[in-house]
Each structure stands twice: as structure tokens, then as C-alpha cells.
Design a protein around this ligand. Structure first.
Ligand code: SF4
Length: 121
């Protein structure tokens, strides 16, 4: 799990799909950057997928679960919704990225991070 000096905003958990595609890779980089900037605390989507009680209970108890998905299949969003957790969803292909045509460059990651931190979709 990614940590920063302040531990992140304790009222927000950040999940990314970490998919195999380019946009999936970008989702992972964006989540790590947001966590490093203390926008929230990155945690593990796999813990939700595996139905591990600690992860599931944390997701249900938190004020805001932020999901960052590479594409509109929305694996992270659906995983959280499936357990009844509250979700604020960001889908990178809805934010202007094209799956299969977007190399995971730093400038793209920074742009998405800025949009999310600025509250834009
Ligand atoms: S949301 Fe899209 S990119 Fe992410 S894991 Fe699912 S199918 Fe792959």
C-alpha cells in the first residue's frame, strides 16, 4: 500500500483498476500520485475482489471511495458498488483518453491528477 507523510485524507480511499491496458496502467499511476499528494489513501482493489472482510468493511464505512478505472467497463467502480459502498467514479476514457492509444506518459498522468484534484471530469 502506498503511504505518504500525512497518511492521506482518512475520509477517502482510492482504488484503481490497474488493468493490463495502457489506460489501466495510467489508472494505477494516477492513484499512486493522488495518494502521494495526500488527496486520499490508496488501497487495494484486489482485497475487495477477494471479499476480505477488512477491505470490505473499510470501504463500507468510509465517507468516499474514489475509483479510477481505465475504461467504461469500470471494474473498480462495479467492485465497490457490488458490496454496497459509496463510490465517486472516474473513468479515464470518459476523461479524454483512448484505450490502446495512450502511452502512460508522466504528462498524461499529471493532467488526470490535476483534473481529479480540481473536481473536474
Ligand atoms: S476498467 Fe477497463 S482497463 Fe480497467 S481492468 Fe476493467 S477492463 Fe481493464
Amino acid at each position: 500500500m502506498s503511504e505518504c507523510a500525512c497518511g492521506g485524507d482518512k475520509n477517502k480511499l482510492i482504488y484503481c483498476c490497474s488493468g493490463a491496458s495502457d489506460v489501466g496502467e495510467i489508472s494505477d499511476k494516477v492513484a499512486r500520485k493522488l495518494s502521494a499528494l495526500c488527496f486520499g489513501k490508496m488501497t487495494c482493489l484486489a482485497g475487495i475482489g477477494a471479499s476480505l472482510s477488512g477491505f470490505v468493511e473499510s470501504a463500507k464505512a468510509i465517507e468516499e471511495n474514489i475509483t479510477i478505472d481505465g475504461c467504461s467497463v469500470a471494474c473498480a467502480k462495479k467492485s465497490l458498488e457490488k458490496i454496497g459502498a459509496k463510490v465517486k467514479s472516474y473513468i479515464l476514457t470518459d476523461m479524454g483518453l483512448t484505450k490502446g492509444q495512450t502511452p502512460p506518459r508522466d504528462i498524461i498522468v499529471e493532467d488526470i491528477v490535476s483534473k481529479i484534484m480540481g473536481g473536474k471530469k
